[in-house]
Design a protein around this ligand. Structure first.
Ligand code: HEC
Ligand code: HEC
Length: 324
């Protein structure tokens, strides 16, 4: 706050308080117009007179009390411009203090989990619960509360990965973010005329039927242009985040129109970096949670009391998808 503003606020606040005190003092002997307490104000309605009665004592007491309270508050706490108050309280200080308390309470737990490898954390119910909470607060708005994603937002439960599903890769994705970029490729495959063939071939990669001749034409174009990122076999490239096109799991949709749209306009999706938003130990825990969504605890970890495998839920989901 500049000193000009500080002075302005200070004077304004003090003027109000002094004004309030003056008002009480000014009215102490009845109306300033000269009408004493108990006398008529000169208003008469059907024989009912308005008298100049003093303020009830309890009301006056409350009023004076609140002025005193304000004065004491302004001496102890920040309120008068840039003045910090005798107690030295600040909202940031309070926040830091609360964070310190939390750190004292949970820090050792976080430290212990941070020292454990992610596969081992699958057996730690509590670690996964913390990770789940971090996910709900930071990731669910894009990936969905159930982590199954949506168009342009990958499903994190299916063990199909754009960038890789190894624990360290998941952590790197969360901390540093990712950007997948596919430029518009229609011009490189013969423009509009070339699109149907390439679409048919891409769909054939995951077993959808189509016109054999069209698929053959599309294949030639794919091998000339698309292989550079998606691979000769169409299985993708995790370094680039180029999706596997053979597994019938689609980030942007697998209908002919969806694929054609991507060829005309390109596709870009971004996973924001979270290193500056989340404590490194929380990144570790949320990575463990994400990993747990597609990995059952190992045999030994399972015996130590881990989460049940999610196989059933996944079957359900596949059914949903097929029926869409
Ligand atoms: C603003 C939206 C947004 C938020 C918030 C977000 N993500 Fe993502 N995330 C994405 C998008 C979009 C992608 C896909 C990027 C691409 O295709 O290039 C992605 C990709 C990922 C991947 C890679 C998946 C793969 O198949 O390789 C992981 C893992 C991931 N996110 C985890 C998380 C976690 C954990 C959080 C919370 C800490 C989070 N995301 C928060 C949008 C988001
Ligand atoms: C420069 C590398 C690159 C080239 C070349 C490339 N792509 Fe892609 N493609 C990508 C990336 C990266 C993505 C994912 C974009 C994202 O996640 O934001 C993608 C996404 C796609 C998708 C969406 C997949 C899904 O799961 O929804 C399709 C379909 C696709 N590409 C087809 C093609 C075809 C056909 C060609 C050739 C004409 C091609 N791509 C050429 C990098 C490339």
């Amino acid at each position: 706050m500049t000193s000009g503003w500080s002075l302005y606020i200070t004077l304004f606040t003090l003027a109000f308080m002094i004004g309030a005190c003056w008002l009480v003092w000014w009215q102490r002997k009845g109306s300033p117009g000269g009408v004493g307490f108990g006398e008529s104000m000169g208003h008469d309605f059907d024989g009912i007179q308005e008298l100049n009665n003093p303020l009830p004592r309890w009301w006056l007491g409350t009023f004076l009390g609140s002025i005193l309270f304000a004065a004491a508050y302004l001496v102890l706490y920040p309120g008068l411009g840039a003045y910090q108050g005798l107690l030295g309280w600040s909202s940031r200080g309070q926040y830091d203090g609360e964070m310190k308390d939390v750190e004292a309470k949970y820090g050792p737990l976080y430290d212990r989990y941070a020292g454990m490898a992610i596969p081992a954390l699958l057996a730690e119910e509590q670690a996964l619960r913390i990770g789940e909470r971090v996910f709900a607060n930071n990731c669910a708005r894009c990936h969905g509360a159930d982590a199954r994603g949506g168009v342009g937002f990958p499903d994190l439960t299916d063990d199909d990965w754009l960038f890789g599903g190894e624990p360290d890769v998941i952590k790197a994705t969360i901390a540093a973010g990712r950007i997948g970029v596919m430029p518009p490729f229609a011009p490189a495959i013969g423009g509009e005329a070339g699109i149907p063939a390439v679409v048919a071939y891409v769909r054939s990669l995951s077993g959808q039927s189509g016109d054999a001749q069209l698929i053959e034409q599309g294949k030639a174009k794919f091998q000339a242009v698309c292989f550079a990122c998606h691979g000769v076999d169409g299985k993708g490239n995790k370094v680039l985040g180029a999706p596997n096109l053979t597994d019938d799991i689609w980030l942007f949709g697998g209908k002919p129109d969806d694929i054609a749209f991507g060829l005309r306009n390109g596709r870009t999706a971004q996973m924001p970096a979270h290193a500056d938003l989340l404590d490194a130990r929380k990144v570790h825990l949320v990575a463990a949670y994400v990993y747990s969504l597609s990995h059952a605890p190992t045999e030994e970890a399972g015996r130590a009391g881990g989460k049940p495998p999610r196989a059933e839920a996944d079957d359900e989901h596949e059914k949903d998808r097929d029926s869409q």
